[in-house]
Design a protein around this ligand. Sequence first.
Ligand SMILES: Cc1cc2nc3c(=O)[nH]c(=O)nc-3n(C[C@H](O)[C@H](O)[C@H](O)COP(=O)(O)OP(=O)(O)OC[C@H]3O[C@@H](n4cnc5c(N)ncnc54)[C@H](O)[C@@H]3O)c2cc1C
Length: 510
Amino acid sequence: MKAHLVGAGIGSLAAAAFMIRDGGVPGGDITIYDRSKLLGGSLDGALLPDGSYSLRDGRMLTFDHYECTWDLLSTIPSIEHPGKSVRQETEAFNAAFKANSQARLVDRNRHKVDVTTMRFSMADRLELVALAEASEDKLGASRITDWLSPAFFETNFWFLWQTTFAFQPWHSAVELKRYLHRFMNEFPRIDTLGGVRRTVYNQYDSIVRPVSTWLAHQGVHVQLVDEDGKVRVRALNLKTGDHIDTVPVGADDLVFLQNGSMKDATSLGSMTSAPPHLTKADSAGWVLWENIAKGRPDFGNPAAFNSSIPESYWESFTVTCPTPTFFDQMEAFSGNVAGTGGLVTFRDSSWLLSIVLYHQPHFPHQANDAQVFWGYALHPDRIGNFVAKPMSDCTGAEILIELCGHLNFDRSVFKGASCIPCRMPYITSMFTPRAKSDRPLPVPANSRNLAFVSQFVEIPDDVVFTVEYSVRAAQMAVYRLLGLRREVPLVTRHDRSIRTILDSVAKSFA
Ligand SMILES: Cc1cc2nc3c(=O)[nH]c(=O)nc-3n(C[C@H](O)[C@H](O)[C@H](O)COP(=O)(O)OP(=O)(O)OC[C@H]3O[C@@H](n4cnc5c(N)ncnc54)[C@H](O)[C@@H]3O)c2cc1C
């Protein structure tokens, strides 16, 4: 038996690791394919040729959730700490650097907003409970705005929750309900982000590098034929330029496909240029899923997720500072040493701008004085408050001008800095309203040898836009296709803990 994995995101890397660790599959029988030059999919982080760093994001993790992810990382050796696992290394790091945000929201007057209260009215509380307690069948493909009134979107709670998890009011009500339950124990500490855990460096260096020993960089197509009503993958066509190599898929072989990707059609800008506006037409990312789902309802409906860029796009940026000047001023303003504060959101900014100062160094070989931070905006299509342009048309230099405006910092704090904007047209495509049938199961009922490992599969109770969702999909798919009698770690039901429920009620009335 050989296993072919199409896409080299964390979902595929995890599937390969589970096959070897739990299924006894020899590593030499596993091949991973991707068109990117690096493994890891969305979990990237790199030094660009001009000396700037670029990150799609720095992930927030927790130890109270992410059951499958920590199961995986507890048996992956750390690169920098021989004898320790990545999980142990991450636990030690977080014991030393605890998150306790002191400046979570900043208003138009540059005042830190008091976020100990959620600023709920009784109507807000009742609407939120109605959404959280409605069944998924009842919520169907409705939007958050179908359940919550305009006043709700002005509460402290919404600004905190929205910018922590990247929700928009027009996103899926079902997904918000799942988040409210899955992360209920984060609600009482949402004002300080006290439950957030970080990796030592960016996630490419701290997760992807240790996990990955499998490399492949090619464009992929799958050929499928129906057989006795079941679907069997017979061959993979790997396209490099105009050349196509066909990899036969044997009768006992398995194929894992990463259907759809939030990183599809991503583009980078520079200090002097805005990122080009790409769409799925400029990349082949969604095509494979679209082709194989045609006429096969069990394989889902990609159009539910990739049909409206205005509903799924935002932009991030990575700033490399040559000196500590900006970090010093920001630490003095926020009251947080870098690495302990989490997101600082400029609540009244028209772009809805947030930044995060990570623990330094954020890259293993970062120059001594260099400091790297990351930011993002949920409304990059709006005109800025200090730059008369939508963020999506701005250069890195213009984004820094906007940021200085909100902080009332002199622009000289960014002397010699480099800001790399990153446009992501499908970044929240997983959050768009969906029907249950729009996402395939990790192993569809009519599949003999094909599994889906991605953010676009149906897994009860768990939530998308997390590393955990892809790792869980991988573990479920591997155990099912290999017929393993092992349990996938359960989703921890913090929402059924009396203590969590009482703390949440108290917080909502604080
Ligand atoms: C800005 C941002 C912020 C985030 N914040 C958090 C956070 O705070 N906490 C958290 O837990 N998670 C966060 N996430 C989400 C997390 O990073 C993703 O859920 C996870 O990395 C997805 O992994 P994946 O393997 O499913 O897919 P991806 O990372 O999307 O990888 C899929 C790969 O498959 C490849 N592929 C697909 N089709 C083909 C094909 N036909 N041929 C060849 N290759 C193909 C793609 O090119 C890609 O490399 C964030 C993500 C981003 C981008």
